[in-house]
Each structure stands twice: as C-alpha cells, then as structure tokens.
Write a protein that binds this ligand. Structure first.
Ligand code: GAL
Length: 671
C-alpha cells in the first residue's frame, strides 16, 4: 500500500481559517506581515470561496486565489487549501433547486446561510467534482499548498435530506444492502403495525409520521445519510489522490458528534482534524476539551491530529457568549498538544466585519493589535515556534467504547427513557478519569482491547455477537470491564436479542457479568436514586438477580428494593462490573477510583486537584494548571521545562493557568 503523505512539519502548525475574500486586497499584505509576527505557518483558505471561484456556472475566476497563494508563499506561510464545496453559490440554488436540502416536514431549505445542499444530489456532486478537479489541477503543484481541506464540518447543519432524489438513493442503498424485500421486511420487523412492503417504490425515508417511526428504518436511514456524506467526501478524496497524490487530505470534524459516522470518514483521509469549542464560562471546559482531543486522537487509533478550529476567545453561536479568560486559550491549546495535537489552528484569522459571525472572535480582533486577544495569539505563536520538534506518543490504559450504530439506536424515541444521551454518559466516565489524570482512548467494541487494563461501556443497547465475543474474550484474558445500564439489549438490527427469552436482558454478556437482568425502568432525571452504600444515582434502575456476581451496592428505591445496583464478577482472569443505574458525577468518581485501583491503573504523578497531567512514552510530562491561581507541584526527579521555566529539583511553581512541558534531565555521570 502506498504510504499516506505526511503532515507538513516539523513544527506545530499554527494559524487559522483565512477568508481574505471578505476584505479588500490592500489589506492582504498587512495580513501577511501580521501573520509573520504571530508565527503563523499555515492558513486554511478558500473554504467558503465557491461563489468567488465560480461566480457563474462554469465560469471560473482563479485570479484572486493565484495572487493570494503567491503572497502566502512569498511570506513563508503554507496553505491548507479548501476545496470550497461546503457552500454552493446562489446560482446553484436558483438553477438547480433540486439540490437544496429538504427536512422531514417537506420544507425546502433556502439560500442565504450555508451548507444548503443535499448530499445525495447528483447535480451537487457533479458541480463539486468539477470545482475540485479545477482546483487540484491548478494548485496541486503550487509551492504554498501543503494540504487539502475537504469541505467543512460535514453534517454540521445538514445531516439528512428528505428530497425525492434522496428517497430514490435510499431505495438503491437498501436494495444493495438487502437484495430482496423479504429480507428487508424481516430486518425492519415490518410485521408490526402492518408495515410490510411489497414493492421497493413504496419505501420512503422516515418523513413526518402520525406516530413513532419504525426504529430499524430510522437506523438504516441514519446509516444511509452518513454514507451519502461519506460518498461526497470519498469523491473528493479520490479526485485529489488521483491528481495530487503527494498532498495529504483531511476534513475538519465538528467535535465529537453523532451527526455522521466520523470514524468511518476518518478512515478515508490521511490525517484527522477537528474543531473544538468548549464554553469558557463552564467549569468543565478543560475536561470537555480533553474529551474531544482524546476522541480526535482515537479516530485513527493514536495518529497525530490537527486542531483545525478553536475560538481565539468568544464564539457567537451560543445563547450567551463569554470570552476566554486571560491565559485560557494558551492553556487549552497546550492541553490539546499534550493529547496529540500537531496543529493549533483557529477560526478565524481576521474577525469579520459583516455576516453572521461578526461577533465571533478572530486572531486579529475588530480592535486590532492593541487587544488582549492579539497579544495572546502572537505570544503563543512565537512560543510554539521556539519549541523543539515534539513527537507525541502515548499509550492509554483505559478505553471508553462508543459504537456509532448503538449511539443512533440509544437516542431514538419510543424507548424506556427518551432523554438518555450517550455523550452525557461518556462525559461522566471521562470526567472521573480526567480528574484522576488517567489518559483515555475512545474505541469501538470491535477494537483489539488487549492494550487496555480497563474498558468502560456507557449504555450500549446494540451489541452484536461479534462485539460481545470481543468483550468476553477481553475479560477472560484478564481485562477489567465496566458495563453500563441498558446495554446488550438488541442485535445489529435493533431487535431484542432472541436469547433474552431464557430469562435475562443483555443475554450475550450476563454470564460474564454474573447476573440476570429481569426488568428495567426509566426515572425522571430529577428523581434522586440513593444506593445503600451512599452513592447517588438517577435516570435508570434495573431488577438484577445475582448469578455469581458480588453486589457492591443496592437500590433503596421501592421499585426494585434491595436489587443490586453495582456488581462485580470474576470471569476467566478478569473482572466484569455492571452498573444498573446512572451514577452522579461525584459518585462515579468515587466508584471509578476503586475500579482503577483494582485494575492497577495509576496516574503519572500525584498533583493537587485541577492540575492536568499527561505523560508521553518518551517521558515528556505536561502539567496544566486549570486554576486561576498559582499552584505548586512536587516532582520526583529533576526536569527541564521546554517552555523556559527554571530547571526544577523537586518543587515546580505553576503560574495561574500556567503550563510546563517537562523532560527528564539527562543524568550527568561524575568523571
Ligand atoms: C465552525 C465552522 C466555522 C465557523 C465556526 C464558528 O463550526 O467550521 O466555519 O462557523 O464554527 O465557531
């Protein structure tokens, strides 16, 4: 297999989305000079440039982009060239209204915002392909161009489209998947509510319906919709690899999200890039950032990744938007570098003066270079430039499982609890681990789990035989598994597992867990569920019968009184825990601390709460102080701080929101 082209390097990539088409050309030169001052080495350009590149159908204007790329090159700045397919121009909506997306109610989305295309539309795809070909042929060898930025945040606004041509594509996709209607009827369980299909043409997307839609139809629809987006991406990837095989390709993901199957999309590109926008007003901003960074690193199983967008300060799209605190942008940037980011990029270079994002911060704010934002941007850029080449390599000992299909099934309606959100549960596990400074990967239930000492599954309703066999094997060979409530209920078609009739839910795993689950119940999220060991829970309870497992806590609620809420079972060389409820954050922390001990997973360093620590395999140690006050950390051995702090013997002083990147000091042997 030919090797993927590698990232431009060797330094951390630093820069942002650059949209000079919003400004007159006399400002461009000034921008280049400012970029140099800020240590910018990469900018993403042309992402929303389609209407300027092809102002009329088939009439292209590349002059401005020629000039821009030449200018960038003259100033030693590299380009991550957008394929510009994220927002088709007005002529597309006008001449080909059938390319516009349609929602489940049948309303056609209009022009005047962005991403107004139907991913399955053959016309959109044809016009996008023509543009990408032109760009690749013209700029593939331009010395400034070092990478392709495909589209922009697939699925951010449009994840599915209910147009007629999409309905046709859906039928084609189903024919390919099932071959005949009999199989489709069986898989969709259409015997229920008289839904049986006798002709392919009768199958529709799950548009507005009088009552709950068929869950497997919805699941297939979500799979299909993600596949349509992936096909768009693949079309661009194929063209770019054909014409410019020397350039890496990537698309920027919308943070951690179920909008599209990001793991599947990531498999088609050379490098993962992602956009991370924690809310600076929220206390969990550092942990949210860490979770998304862990996700980015995990999407291509540990490969370095690029933070393609973060806000220099405030965004404009939450209901209320606060700026990042002094030092917070730098701190969060380093926390992502610690977790494998090889690029720290922003949205966007110059804050817009018009349009829907004019109140979104920019690296060059409205108020120019006298601003705090600019000072922080400039000083981080220069600091990163001075760093030696970093080679992130880290091995997490803990993994959380996220299966996209199961996520889709969990968040459908007509369930026992319609407010269960996978990310809330992932967040709860991850936060407890983050507090303990335990690095975590996010994997699927099909992954090789042997590198991990502990594996956690939030609710995993869909569990296939293959996935269950994998989890079983993992425990048998000595792994520690924590399986969350509402797991292992259905097969890959979202049908209740046939073996449930022998007396237990989660039948493929109940012997590993040493329990029988006879029944379950949803609870109002506000209702407190107290366990008899003092832990607090909510949302869910299960009627559990012990079949060899040891109970660690019981419900005190009248519904399933004395039923085990937390159990542990030895299986083979390992242990399987079961959580029959949603532990509250503090209780989850308390519980996981004991599990980490049993699984012998240790933090790299003992530090005060609120100090984030990440250790790489080569001994590099990141210390990140998330407090607005200085902190002191005790170190076991002398280190050198790559950020220029003094060499430390045993006490390290971390400024408020301060960072240290420590490397062990070489031992000097006396002559
Ligand atoms: C991202 C998007 C950017 C910009 C940014 C604002 O979702 O990719 O184009 O809109 O949000 O935060």
């Amino acid at each position: 297999m030919p090797q993927s082209p590698t990232l431009p390097g060797p330094h951390i990539l630093y820069g942002g989305d650059y949209n000079p088409e919003q400004w007159s050309e006399d400002l461009w030169l000034k921008d280049m000079q400012l970029m140099q001052q800020a240590g910018v080495n990469l900018v993403s350009i042309g992402i929303f440039g389609w209407s300027k590149l092809e102002p009329q159908e088939g009439v292209f204007d590349f002059q401005w982009l020629d000039l821009l790329l030449d200018l960038l090159h003259q100033h030693g700045i590299q380009a991550n060239l957008g394929t510009a397919t994220a927002s088709p121009p007005a002529w597309m909506a006008h001449t080909y209204p059938e390319t516009l997306p349609v929602n489940a109610q049948g309303t056609v989305y209009g022009f005047g915002s962005r991403q107004q295309y139907s991913p399955a539309s053959p016309i959109y795809r044809e016009k996008a392909a023509r543009l990408v070909r032109q760009l690749a042929e013209r700029y593939g060898k331009h010395p400034a161009v070092v990478m392709w930025h495909i589209n922009n945040e697939y699925g951010c606004h449009i994840q599915e489209c209910f147009s007629e041509s999409t309905a046709q594509a859906f039928r084609g996709w189903l024919r390919h998947r099932y071959g005949d209607l009999q199989t489709l009827n069986q898989v969709w369980g259409t015997a229920f509510w008289s839904q049986t299909y006798h002709q392919w043409e009768h199958i529709q997307p799950p548009r507005m319906m009088p009552a709950f839609p068929n869950p497997t139809q919805v699941l297939d629809w979500r799979r299909f919709s993600s596949d349509m987006i992936q096909e768009c991406m693949q079309m661009e990837v194929d063209l770019l690899r054909e014409i410019t095989p020397h350039l890496p390709v990537n698309t920027n993901f919308l943070g951690i999200s179920r909008a599209v199957n990001q793991r599947a999309l990531a498999a088609t590109e050379d490098v993962v890039s992602i956009d991370i926008y924690p809310d600076p007003a929220q206390q969990n901003a550092p942990q949210d950032t860490a979770l998304q960074a862990d996700w980015a690193r995990s999407l291509r199983d540990g490969q370095g990744w690029i933070l393609m967008e973060q806000a220099p300060s405030q965004v404009q799209w939450r209901a209320i938007n606060q700026p990042k605190r002094p030092g917070q942008m730098r701190l969060l940037s380093y926390s992502m570098i610690a977790r494998g980011a090889q690029g720290v990029m922003f949205f966007q270079w110059r804050q817009s003066k018009a349009g829907a994002e004019k109140y979104h911060s920019g690296m060059v704010p409205h108020t120019g270079v006298s601003s705090r934002i600019w000072q922080e941007i400039q000083s981080l850029g220069q600091e990163l430039k001075a760093l030696p080449t970093l080679k992130p390599q880290m091995k997490a000992k803990v993994a959380i499982i996220i299966d996209w299909d199961s996520w889709q099934a969990l968040e459908q309606d007509s369930h026992t609890h319609n407010h269960l959100k996978l990310l809330d549960q992932v967040q709860c596990y991850h936060q407890a681990l983050w507090k303990e400074n335990i690095l975590t990967d996010l994997v699927t239930s099909y992954h090789d789990l042997s590198p991990y000492q502990l594996v956690l599954t939030p609710s995993l309703p869909i569990l296939s035989e293959t996935a269950a066999a994998n989890l079983r094997q993992y425990v048998k060979e000595g792994g520690h598994l924590v399986m969350g409530y509402f797991s292992g209920i259905t097969d890959q078609n979202d049908h209740i597992h046939a073996a449930t009739r022998h007396g237990s839910y989660n039948p493929l795993m109940c012997d590993v867990l040493g329990i029988r689950i006879r029944e379950f119940s949803g609870h109002d999220p506000e209702e407190a569920l107290l366990l008899d060991n003092g832990l607090h829970a909510s949302h869910w309870s299960e009627d559990v019968e012990l079949q060899g497992a040891t109970p660690l806590a019981h419900f005190t609620h009248e519904l399933y009184p004395h039923s085990p809420a937390i159990t542990r079972h030895n299986h083979g060389l390992g242990q399987a825990y079961h959580l029959a409820t949603q532990l509250k954050a503090d209780s989850m922390h308390q519980f996981l601390k004991t599990v980490l001990k049993t699984a012998q997973v240790k933090a790299p360093l003992q530090v005060p709460e609120g100090i984030e620590v990440v250790r790489w395999e080569d001994g590099t140690l990141f210390l990140l102080n998330h407090h607005p006050t200085p902190q002191t950390v005790t170190l076991p051995e002398p280190h050198t701080d790559l950020l220029g702090g003094p060499s430390h013997q045993s006490e390290l002083f971390l400024a408020a929101r301060g960072v240290a990147i420590l490397q062990p000091q070489p031992v000097t042997v006396a002559p």
